[in-house]
Design a protein around this ligand. Structure first.
Ligand code: DP6
Length: 356
């Protein structure tokens, strides 16, 4: 077969596993077609991941995307509708094959869907990688070059902003920033080569404080930033903190890193509290855990820090060398605040992988 416009008789399949990521400088506020109001930087994780297989087969003459979608071995109407809408929104500009064949998607998460862990970053990045892989196969291309990953990141962004950072190993930046050559609002780039080795084996233990559905989605939260009087100052602050954090990441400065990560978590939730309407996504357990982490650090001088995403769960960040002390602290002092004692022990990871 020479190109994607030819008739496809045999099914073509692609499978990718893609991880979640945790933002250190938060993306919070967007405009236009999923463009960020400020740049953000994240650790790519390893344990929390999505495995997705996409198959294209029989000819489709309906003129729109024909999708058959399986999530964790079962049909899931809500996810199917979201993915179908997403595919219809990108097919004309990015993947014309999507309307020409029937599409089968089989996807599953390595973490329980009910854990309250955001699955959009891993889910949308895994899907985008599969679509780029199928496009490659249709064009008889076998290599995954820089453009492959840039396109996968751009397409992921259109599905869910934070997903565009999951494409790269270890550390990724999304959003144009003067200190980061090659950075762009359209896609993320990997910056692992600029990062001190101490951060490449950093831990992120995710304490599941509540597993329930969030009362306000991230997308609704981003939209509320448009009327938030503090928004312009926030975007300047994020830009300034990017500078400081990138410097800390380069130098291996763990205390500066930790301070900025914690300040970002607090700012994110403060922005929610001063939106109109205001809302709170932290739970009592979130606050108790934050206090305990600060107290433990002050008493022991062990470098352990927290961050939060747009929910009540706490990400506990620490370097590998203090793993045993921090693990004992988590088990003894923090686990009681976790829903059914649930903790996902995650680490900085090596990025998405093709499933053969
Ligand atoms: C707080 O990427 O989930 O986790 O683009 O609307 O899908 P959409 O939002 P999403 O927002 C993530 C917000 C965050 C911060 C971050 O990951 O940078």
């Amino acid at each position: 077969m020479s190109n994607s416009t030819e008739m496809q008789s045999n099914p073509i399949k692609a499978g990718w596993e893609s991880p979640s990521n945790i933002a250190l400088i938060k993306y919070w506020g967007k405009h236009g077609k999923q463009l960020p109001r400020n740049s953000s930087v994240s650790f790519t994780l390893s344990t929390a991941a999505t495995r997705t297989f996409v198959t294209i087969k029989d000819e489709n003459t309906t003129g729109k995307v024909e999708l058959d979608f399986i999530f964790n071995g079962k049909e899931n109407q809500a996810f199917s509708t979201r993915v179908e809408k997403f595919l219809n929104s990108i097919c004309d500009e990015y993947f014309t094959f999507l309307k020409k064949y029937s599409i089968h998607i089989d996807t599953s998460n390595s973490f329980p869907h009910s854990s309250g862990i955001a699955s959009s970053a891993s889910g949308m990045s895994a899907l985008a990688l599969c679509l780029c892989d199928i496009e490659n196969q249709l064009n008889d291309k076998t290599n995954f070059d820089e453009n492959f990953y840039l396109k996968a990141s751009e397409v992921s962004r259109l599905g869910s902003g934070s997903a565009c950072r999951s494409i790269y190993p270890e550390v990724a930046v999304w959003g144009q920033h003067e200190d980061i050559p090659g950075s762009s609002d359209e896609y993320a780039i990997g910056i692992r080569h600029q990062i001190h080795p101490v951060f490449k084996s950093f831990h992120d233990d995710i304490l599941i404080i509540s597993a329930g559905e969030k009362s306000v989605s991230s997308t609704a939260g981003h939209n509320l930033m448009e009327g938030n009087p503090f928004a312009p100052v926030r975007y300047q602050q994020a830009n300034q903190r990017m500078k400081l954090l990138i410097t800390a990441l380069k130098q291996g400065n763990i205390s500066d890193f930790g301070k900025i990560a914690e300040d970002e978590a607090m700012t994110l939730h403060a922005l929610m509290m001063c939106s109109d309407p205001s809302y709170i996504l932290m739970e009592e357990g979130t606050l108790s855990v934050i206090r305990k982490i600060k107290q433990f650090r002050e008493q022991t001088s062990i470098p352990v820090f927290f961050t939060l995403d747009a929910g009540p769960n706490v990400h506990v960040l620490y370097p590998d060398e203090v793993e045993s002390q921090v693990n004992a602290f988590i088990q003894n002092e923090l686990k009681p605040y976790c829903n059914e004692g649930r903790i996902i022990r995650d680490k900085v990871g090596t990025g998405p992988e093709k499933i053969s």
